[in-house]
Design a protein around this ligand. Structure first.
Ligand SMILES: [Zn+2]
Length: 66
């Protein structure tokens, strides 16, 4: 069986796309659900959206970019 050889160059490695990793705690949304507690017993009355303190609302993991 004849194997046809091509003289084309091997494809150059594509540059890795610089894609910021999504923030872990908020999942890339920049918001996290915060449980609202009231009273001395700290009864939970619900949740509200809060700013993610890990990415400060950016939605991306701040670990790479300084
Ligand atoms: Zn975040």
């Amino acid at each position: 069986m004849a194997t046809r050889r091509t003289t084309t160059k091997p494809p150059a490695p594509a540059p890795a796309p610089v894609e910021p990793a999504p923030c872990q705690p908020c999942g890339g949304t920049g918001n996290v659900a915060i449980t609202v507690r009231v009273g001395r017993k700290r009864r939970s009355v619900g949740q509200q959206d809060g700013l993610c303190l890990n990415c400060l609302g950016e939605g991306t993991d701040p670990g790479l970019d300084a």
